[in-house]
Design a protein around this ligand. Structure first.
Ligand code: SF4
Length: 296
């Protein structure tokens, strides 16, 4: 499982965690949503990625999302009359050489059948926008808008997929190509777009009225943007920022083993992660054995 695609990390990944003279990492200069999510998921993983700068190559799922984002960004910059599937196909064809020639895509080493499946998945994600809305009816104010603001003392940086105007005000939208969350996990996922809403409010003086995650081909997960919602998101960001500062100061980045260790690129370097992987694989084997016994 990949963490969400976050163009803010691609803009300036060096903004975080160089090692200071005492050998401890110096605190980051700014925080992106994916940097915050990585630390919340596992501080050790954050250190590997942002301090040690070890590669965290995007897998096929993340690259499908990257490609779909790119195509939808260009599509929504077109005149509304040209936001149709034919134009989306044309943009996808024109954008494909850049993706297929990238190191990240080459590193996947897909065979012909896998490459065909990759393109099909990417197109399904792009086409999935029409399951959610009529793109021609969207009043786009900005796409891929970079925001760089200070939120409750935290230097925050992000890239907002889309800002649009609706009759009652601004709406923040973010495309997602992964699986939509159940109601239980939706509030956590909305944290990212609420932070974007806070950043847009800070930069423009206009508080958006809604923030939405567009799970392509599935559903829209949305929330109203109230001062209470914004306050909660910024408070969480501040708490993560403070925890990162403390971890850098003490150079103590605890491992937080869990299901995501199975997808962590640093598991080989992490004894706790390896133990967790072994434990989970033994658990799965025992469950399979039980099922076989029950079936027999
Ligand atoms: S393997 Fe697990 S515990 Fe170790 S760094 Fe990765 S996510 Fe954290």
């Amino acid at each position: 499982m990949q963490l969400a695609f976050d163009p803010a990390d691609m803009l300036d990944p060096a903004g975080v965690g160089a090692v200071g003279e005492d050998g401890h990492p110096s605190p980051p200069q700014r925080l992106s949503p994916s940097g915050a999510a990585t630390f919340d998921q596992c501080p050790r993983r954050w250190r590997f990625r942002y301090v040690d700068r070890l590669p965290d190559p995007p897998g096929a799922d993340a690259l499908v999302g990257t490609f779909a984002h790119r195509v939808l960004e260009h599509l929504m910059q077109q005149h509304p009359s040209r936001r149709n599937k034919d134009d989306a196909r044309r943009i996808a064809r024109a954008s494909w050489p850049e993706m297929s020639g990238s190191d990240d895509y080459r590193d996947l080493e897909l065979d012909e059948e896998q490459a065909r499946k990759f393109r099909w998945r990417a197109w399904r994600a792009i086409e999935g926008l029409w399951d959610l809305e009529d793109p021609a009816g969207v009043d786009v104010r900005a796409t891929e808008q970079q925001v760089s603001v200070t939120l409750d003392g935290v230097p925050f940086r992000g890239v907002v997929d889309r800002v649009e105007s609706e009759p009652d005000g601004l709406v923040i939208s973010d495309y997602k190509s992964g699986r939509a969350p159940t109601a239980r996990y939706a509030p956590g996922r909305l944290q990212q777009v609420l932070l974007y809403a806070a950043a847009v409010a800070e930069e423009t003086g206009e508080r958006p009225v809604r923030a939405r995650l567009l799970y392509l081909g599935q559903k829209i997960v949305a929330t109203g943007v109230t001062p209470v919602e914004l306050g909660g998101a910024v408070e969480q960001l501040k708490s993560t920022w403070d925890a990162i500062g403390d971890a850098c100061h003490t150079d103590d980045f605890s491992a937080r083993p869990g299901p995501l260790c199975d997808y962590c690129p640093y598991a080989e370097l992490c004894p706790e992660g390896q133990a967790e992987r072994t434990r989970r694989s033994e658990l799965r084997a025992a469950e399979e054995e039980n099922l076989l016994k029950l079936a027999g």
